[in-house]
Design a protein. Structure first.
Length: 256
């Protein structure tokens, strides 16, 4: 496995000229991969289906919510910024905008915010205490996020559609089309596309979304790639990017 990883990195890695000269193949695959990374690389990760340590645990994919710490009127607050639909956090009644005062009976402050969260991700459950005194215990699990959180219509001077996309993944393709049909039936004139918590994903699905949301010619240039010396630079149209969709999907640019 390590030999395969090294071969791929030598061919495709943007910083392939910076790979270390002295390489040992004896480490575990995830450790071996991390030792190959260039010091300025904050993007690359490895995912092993049978090694949960490589999943990249976060509050949102472990407990179903995320929080941010901020200063308000001279006080430190922990505000819930995201609740994953149908997660344990959602079912327990946690809402975006709630304020968390304690995690696992520890009052949160600026100095301990990061270490308390890091420790919580290693536990089988987490206990929250909100500002209003409500307590809830959430079990740890690996949460698969829906691509479409919500699609709504706001009635202002004009009808405005709102669509929240958590990631770019073809598992949500039909959910996106269903949401678009709902917005079209509601005669919306403007669309708010919420990507604030979008973690990225498949380039082909990003093309899928763009073709669905806007009047775009399939042969327009969608993405430009800058590669290493072996690969060089290239570009793809919306149509050619969409053609990279996973097996089992057959969406056509003109139909979208």
């Amino acid at each position: 496995m390590n030999q395969w990883t090294l071969k791929q990195m030598q061919q495709y890695y943007y910083w392939n000229s910076k790979l270390p000269n002295q390489i040992t193949l004896d480490d575990k695959p995830n450790i071996f991969f991390k030792n190959l990374l260039y010091r300025d690389d904050r993007y690359s990760t490895i995912l092993q289906a049978l090694n949960s340590d490589t999943y990249g645990n976060t509050l949102s994919n472990t407990f179903g919510f995320d929080i941010a710490q901020l200063q308000h009127n001279g006080q430190t607050m922990q505000l819930v910024t995201q609740v994953v639909p149908y997660s344990e956090a959602d079912l327990a009644g946690l809402h975006r905008g709630d304020t968390i005062q304690q995690i696992n009976a520890q009052p949160l402050a600026a100095y301990n915010f990061a270490p308390v969260l890091e420790a919580a991700l290693k536990l089988p459950s987490i206990q929250l205490q909100l500002q209003n005194g409500k307590k809830m215990k959430l079990p740890a699990s690996y949460i698969s996020q829906p691509v479409v959180y919500t699609a709504q219509i706001f009635h202002k001077q004009t009808k405005v559609g709102y669509l929240f996309l958590s990631q770019f993944d073809f598992s949500g393709g039909y959910s996106v089309l269903e949401a678009i049909q709902k917005l079209k039936a509601g005669l919306v004139q403007d669309l708010i596309l919420d990507l604030r918590y979008n973690t990225g994903g498949q380039v082909a699905f990003a093309s899928f979304c763009a073709l669905t949301f806007a009047d775009i010619a399939p042969n327009y240039v969608f993405v430009q790639f800058k590669g290493n010396k072996k690969l060089g630079n290239s570009e793809e149209t919306f149509q050619s990017a969409l053609a990279q969709q996973p097996e089992g999907y057959s969406f056509q640019a003109e139909e979208l």
